[in-house]
Design a binder for this molecule. Sequence first.
Ligand code: B12
Ligand code: SF4
Length: 473
Amino acid sequence: MKDGVAPPGRERVTKLKVALISPRGAMRNQQNSLLNSVYGRLRDILSFIEVDDIEFMPNLGLLTIAAYLEPGDDIRYLEEDYVDPERSQEIVFDNGYDLVCLSSCNNQAKRAYQIADRFREMGVTVVMGGLHASSLPDEALEHVDSVMVGEGEDTFPAFLEDFKNGHFKKKYISSGNTDLTKVPMPRFDIIEDITRFNKIPIQATRGCPRRCTYCSTKEVYGRSFRMKRPEQIASEIESVKKLYPNPFISFADENILADPLYARQLVKVMTDQKVRWECYCDVGVYKDTELLEMLRESNCVELLIGFETVVPESLQEVSPWKASMLSEYRTAVETIQGHGVPIMGLFMVGFDQDHSDVFERIYNFIDESELFDVDFAILCPIPGTPLFDELKAEGRITCEDWDRYTWYHVNFKPRNITPKELRDGIMWIFNKFNTPEKIMKRKQFFNRVLDRLYGNQEVIREKLELMDLAQVM
Ligand code: B12
Ligand code: SF4
């Protein structure tokens, strides 16, 4: 493999002009017609309670690696999907960049490659990292000059040093063991107008010990659980607040509450910071009622929990740990929400053991447990995961067009259900869950929980305002 050479005339470069680009496809509601129709309809239904259901966050991977550029470098952070009124940030290809850094999930990859090809035609050096390039580095190298596989904290500084010296490698592979207590703060300050985003991502921990066969994050971060110091999180939020006085913080961690002691320290930071926030965690958190009380008092608006399915054979197939918790799912939802902490339940369909009744089974669970909010996806075989390898070996991957790797297209031959049933079923369940009556019912459920917990209308009103629910009560 031939390594790269920085453009001529720059023996040892000191100041760089760098573009950090998140290609089109990052904004959740733009992915395909299924999601558009779901969200289009949701927008109409939800408009009467003014809930903004579509998440739009900056790319934390790029902000993280930006911290390794020099203070004097000229850095442009570009988000191809932008928020109203512009809708997109234009990429100016002849802007004299020395270096272009791309970050992409699978469904942004084709656009990332188009951008890379154009810049390279103009002689600009292009590098790429993130989930897609980490699982398919050789594919990415057909379009970019260098690929960073895995965490950027060790690969990117190594690349930069080589680049400035005029000669760099095609591939930089992370040790996967970044000490998070020593990393610099992400460069939130390089975002042109951070208040355009409705959520701001912060990452406190990395690594997940579970082994779900469809999950790709362990290919990037590995399994060992590593944490930033609570003070680092406090300063990151302080720095965001200087740019965005009342941010909604969305933790980008896979399983942030996994360590009970650390979870308490973190929740304490969030209580002190007085900002609204949400995080992913696993269902096991329900056993720690003291932590649930702390979460409720800390302005935690929602816990995002991957239940995946209620079909035991399906869960066993992809996640033995979650399968072992299935009999506790109902109690878990009751306990967590009974402590005044709403849950967004995340579900997936399309497993080999799923039949056409899967939607009804999941819906019944959601309805009976009074889950506050839900999201669905169609199983997606991400390259680099055991699931992808297995389906590939069985000749069941039907499409390798990455634009369709959105978690709403069907890219493989399901075993006991048809692709049409999967798409129709997702629409059926979204529609059934989101009628105005059902929405009202869930809000009233929370009103009752808060009434029981506080019995004080002023406090309840404050809490409901925090959850964006005050209008419906
Ligand atoms: C926040 C988030 C979102 C946000 C915003 C994403 C954004 N604008 O970046 C929203 C809510 C919009 C979102 C949407 C979706 N998401 Co999402 N999301 C996440 C989440 C929770 C955190 C991502 C993050 O910020 N990580 C922290 C940063 C620091 O890590 P990182 O980006 O990997 O960057 C590190 C390295 O990869 C590397 N790096 C990254 N880029 C670059 C570039 C260069 C040049 C270099 C050198 C290094 C480098 O260095 C960084 C530091 O080590 C992850 C789960 C997770 N824990 O990662 C899921 C996750 C990324 N999302 C996922 C999915 C499936 C989606 C959706 C398709 C869901 C859907 N059906 O709608 C959409 C579309 C995704 C898209 N195209 O962006 C999957 C991705 C699977 C895959 N392989 O593609 C994940 C992994 C969740 C999961 N477990 O399945 N998501
Ligand atoms: S629990 Fe979540 S982050 Fe961990 S392996 Fe499973 S899907 Fe991935």
